[in-house]
Write a protein that binds this ligand. Structure first.
Ligand code: CO8
Length: 257
């Protein structure tokens, strides 16, 4: 297996595990990543997924050895397979945190960008080196990077193929937190556990409204939000939490229904 998967309470941790090739994404790794993400989505006990890499890389890109001799038709199919998997991860009902422990280059940066939140270890490195290899980004980089950091910075990063460090990634908004390398997983787990304690229907509706809203005009987005907001009033969680607030008591946990 190129991916290890374990569940701790309500948090699943998916570790890409091909350290000898800096976790480069070949067909087998993509397949295992896809299966593990689907497992997390299907498991009703899992509320949050954390994705990380083993060794000194998160993912150092798509596998260049596998890509080298592809023709255009094969390249299209490879890109489509990965794009489908990344879009499934992005579209998961549950929040996904990328704990970026090292190189996140090319397909690795693109995988991190398909996650909802990115936390970086201090040694993490980000970049889209594709034009230096004679190709464009192919696993979503031309689309997700400008949506996250703006088109000018995205174009600069993609056209120059420059690698940036974690502090610069934080400065441009590519990641939301940088922590010491040895605190990366504990920080990611702490954030995941904090999310897991909230009302999961509300968390998932929020994610859905944000994701849909990022793809449309603001009035359509506001309509998605109104739908998500009003749906929450049909849950026991909303009644329980607001009743507890009004009674000045503390809700011990959400039923998530
Ligand atoms: N593919 C295959 N093997 C890789 C990759 C990769 N992306 N990255 C690292 N490896 C392998 C190395 O070949 C090496 O293997 P070996 O020991 O057998 O020689 C091993 O991992 C360790 O790597 P290094 O010895 O190079 O480690 P260094 O610390 O010296 O360097 C780097 C680390 C800087 C990360 C370096 O490995 C590197 O530059 N890697 C390539 C990074 C890169 O260019 N990534 C982008 C790839 S393109 C991409 O992702 C496009 C996605 C869209 C594709 C569309 C499909 C059609």
């Amino acid at each position: 297996m190129n991916v290890s998967y374990e569940v701790k309470e309500h948090v699943a941790v998916l570790t890409i595990n091909r350290p000898e090739a800096l976790n480069a994404l070949n067909t087998a790794v993509l397949q295992d990543l896809s299966l593990a993400a689907a497992q997390a989505e299907a498991d009703s006990d899992v509320y949050v997924l954390v994705i990380t890499g083993s060794g000194r890389a998160f993912v150092a890109g798509a596998d260049i050895v596998q890509m080298k001799d592809l023709n255009a038709v094969e390249a299209k199919s490879f890109a489509e397979v990965a794009n489908n998997i990344f879009s499934k991860i992005e579209g998961m009902s549950k929040p996904v945190i990328a704990a970026v422990n090292g190189y996140a280059l090319g397909g690795g940066c693109e995988l991190a960008m398909a996650c909802d939140i990115r936390i970086a270890g201090a040694k993490a490195k980000f970049g889209q080196p594709e034009v230096g290899l004679g190709i464009t980004p192919g696993f979503g980089g031309t689309q997700r990077l400008p949506r996250i950091v703006g088109s000018s910075k995205a174009k600069e990063l993609i056209f120059t193929a420059e690698t940036i460090n974690a502090e610069e990634a934080l400065r441009i908004g590519l990641v939301s937190k940088v922590v010491a390398d040895d605190e990366l997983m504990s920080t990611a787990m702490e954030m995941a556990n904090k999310i897991a304690k909230n009302a999961q229907i509300a968390v998932r509706q929020s994610k859905d409204a944000i994701n849909k809203g990022m793809q449309c005009d603001i009035n359509t987005g506001l309509a998605y939000e109104t739908q998500a907001f009003s749906l929450c009033f049909s849950t026991e969680d909303q009644k329980d939490a607001m009743t507890a607030y009004v009674n000045k008591s503390k809700l011990s946990e959400f039923k998530n229904r």
